[in-house]
Write a protein that binds this ligand. Structure first.
Ligand code: DC
Length: 669
């Protein structure tokens, strides 16, 4: 997951390949709660692993449910409708499904069994309405107190005493603000339907009906068959009891699929479509209907039971007018697809956007306008006309995963502009690996993937600077010295002579190097530390003078140039390997400073050292690196020279980031 302050998406060109979806958030959290409430063990396959499911799992643990996880499955041991813990403080982040569902279930359990629970979330959650649910539960006798602002979490559920519920009259709940209130009630009322039918009546038009369909479907799998009369009146039959289905799979997330369906429609050749696996015509999720909407905009679609393949059909896309009440989440993706349509797209009946992770109508309008689109918005609609002239934009994401994900599609803009996504880690709510998955199925425009090179003499701090830059930007990091060192190590281990250029080049060609984060593996052996040894560095310096060795290591180094970008450090990054780099740094420090740094480094590792001989060695290596016939160490003509003798690491990093920011088309953010 990208935890950087921003992620710059290079201008993208094409899409193709297969994406395996993460589990559905809606199904995951319903299944978790139902598994926690019923008796026995439920084995859940393909559960979504994200912020929203993590808070639900924490809540279940706090309630005394057993939770066991291994790679493939999660096992929940339910409380069987009887409180195992009477008090708990439950934090539910910004997960709307969790807050609404847990509130209803715990209000019922705490009231009837004598518990007291505090329930809260992130600040935005405390702005998201819950009054309609509380107003539905209080007339039954549920004890619920607002501990912050009336109508919103945080809440206290129960007062520690036992109270009977009055379930004779139908329960009335509003359906036109969030369908999650009804979902919460339906799940909770299964806990108390022992000796009578329980009737729930919806007041006002029920929105987002497909989400209620998911709830009903899953309740049926947990043994409760709710009667649905026209989406206006629901009856939980007398003696209904939640019972574990044993094992239950979670479908891929159809809302998450929307970004890849859109990707296919925008950028995939029909001969090589984008294939999305994990949901299809057999899915129970309403956002499957997004596929039809994408088709209406021109996508070429092939739909299987559990997969969908999408490519470009009409281009530009066709503008549509669509009532999106049934696909509120995926409809945000349509608003971004509208940037590529001919004409104005109008999405209506989306008032619920205003009470989601952020006010999504306002947020979408603001961010789409930044890109140059003309946008009209109303209480419950949005209208998008594509930009006449695209503008480079830094997209605010409002801690809303869907804004981050859908705006990534703007990187296909015909102007070839990069798109900056601020706070990209917000995708962790439902799709932690979203950007990695995206990068796996797209190609950038020619010369679109940025490169920053950091060259300089030994012990100048290149590695530290370059890896810090890579981390701050979310880019890949190439420590090119490591590939020379690895060749030297391979030579030492195989007894290859330091002057046998042919054999050394062969060793270089056959290096089996891998670079998991912060580590260097040779085969399956961790050589991170070994490569730093002085004798390995000294041999690397010698053998790096051979043209055949340098040529053999070229392809490996070039392979690091991948989305979303690269920071490469070495001696010839800006001059030979990546001469077209976007920013070249030549980092120096005086020989005295460098000798002192190396000295401190060695001493801190418990290795004895002599500062004068270190300096002499450094200078000898400088001379060798600078005078060799091939790729001598020298600054590229267009390099920025940075002497860091008197700079802290942070100051050097900031200096380079400033220079980088000035070359980007975005305002400083
Ligand atoms: O940066 P370093 O100390 O890990 O590099 C080890 C040796 O590898 C260095 O003395 C010269 C050589 N090298 C090179 O010739 N070209 C590079 N791009 C990187 C390193």
């Amino acid at each position: 997951m990208f935890k950087t302050r921003f992620l710059d998406l290079p201008p993208l060109a094409t899409a193709a390949g297969t994406v395996r979806l993460p589990g559905s958030k809606s199904i995951s959290n319903r299944v978790l709660l139902l598994a926690g409430l019923c008796a026995g063990t439920t084995v859940i396959h393909d559960l979504l692993d994200s912020d929203d499911t993590r808070v639900m799992l924490d809540a279940l643990r706090a309630l005394g449910c057993g939770v066991a996880m291994d790679e493939a499955v999660v096992r929940i041991n339910g409380i069987g409708g009887a409180l195992a813990a009477r008090e708990a403080d439950i934090f539910l982040g910004n997960s709307g499904t969790s807050v609404r569902s847990v509130t209803a279930a715990l209000a019922v359990l705490a009231t009837t069994q004598g518990g007291r629970f505090a329930l809260h979330g992130v600040p935005r959650m405390h702005e998201r309405p819950i009054g309609d649910l509380v107003d539905a539960l209080r007339p039954l006798g549920c004890v619920i107190d607002y501990t912050g602002v009336d109508g919103f979490p945080p809440l206290q559920l129960g007062d520690g005493a036992t109270h009977a519920l009055n379930l004779d009259a139908p329960i009335r709940v509003r359906g036109d603000v969030s369908s999650q209130f009804l979902t919460g009630l339906l799940q909770a009322m299964c806990l108390v339907a022992g000796d009578r039918d329980i009737v729930i009546e919806v007041v006002g038009e029920l929105i987002s009906k497909p989400y209620i369909a998911i709830t009903l479907n899953l309740l049926a799998r947990f043994g409760v068959k709710v009667r649905n009369e026209q989406w206006a009146r629901f009856t939980i039959p007398q003696s209904s009891r939640l019972s574990s289905p044993g094992a239950i799979p979670v479908e891929g997330d159809a809302s998450s699929a929307s970004y890849f369906v859109a990707l296919g429609a925008i950028a995939a050749d029909p001969a090589a479509p984008v294939r999305v696996e994990g949901m299809g015509s057999a899915s129970i999720q309403g956002d499957l209907a997004f596929v039809g909407a994408a088709q209406a905009m021109g996508a070429n679609v092939l739909l299987g039971d559990n997969w969908v393949e999408v490519s470009r059909g009409s281009w530009p896309l066709k503008a549509i007018t669509l009532d999106c009440n049934h696909i509120p989440d995926a409809a945000m993706t349509l608003a971004v697809m509208a940037l590529y349509a001919h004409g104005t797209t109008r999405l209506t009946n989306i008032a619920s956007w205003r009470v989601k992770e952020t006010d999504r109508i306002a947020a979408m309008a603001t961010e789409l306008r930044k890109l140059g689109a003309t946008v009209a918005e109303g209480a419950d609609f949005i209208e998008v006309t594509p930009p006449a002239t695209w503008q480079p934009a830094a997209i605010h994401t409002y801690d809303d995963h869907r804004i981050a994900m859908c705006f990534s599609l703007a990187a296909f803009n015909p102007a070839g502009l990069p798109v900056r996504i601020l706070d990209p880690q917000c995708v962790g709510k439902t799709f932690p690996d979203y950007f990695e998955t995206l990068f796996g199925v797209v190609t950038a425009r020619e010369r679109g993937v940025p490169i920053i090179t950091v060259d300089g003499p030994t012990a100048s701090g290149k590695g530290t600077l370059a890896s810090a830059l890579a981390q701050r930007l979310g880019y890949h990091f190439l420590d090119s010295g490591a590939v020379y060192r690895a060749t030297a190590l391979a030579a030492m281990r195989s007894g290859t002579r330091a002057d046998d250029e042919q054999r050394l080049a062969q060793l270089a060609t056959n290096l089996d190097l891998h670079f998991p984060p912060g580590q260097i593996l040779m085969g399956d052996q961790d050589v991170t530390e070994t490569l730093r040894l002085e004798e390995v560095g000294a041999l690397a310096s010698k053998i790096s003078a051979f043209p055949l060795v340098r040529a053999a290591l070229r392809t490996l180094q070039l392979s690091f140039h991948r989305l979303p970008g690269l920071v490469a450090d070495g001696r010839d990054m800006g001059t030979v390997i990546f001469p077209g780099a976007d920013l070249k740094i030549f980092l120096t420090a005086s020989a005295a400073t460098r000798a002192e740094r190396r000295y401190k480094q060695l001493i801190s590792k418990g290795i004895s050292a002599n500062i004068d001989s270190l300096r002499a060695e450094l200078e000898a290596r400088d001379a060798r690196d600078q005078t060799r016939a091939v790729s001598p160490l020298r600054p590229a003509a267009d390099a920025m020279l940075l002497d860091n003798s008197a700079l802290t690491v942070e100051a050097s990093v900031d200096a380079v980031l400033n220079a980088w920011q000035q070359r980007r088309p975005f305002d400083a953010s």
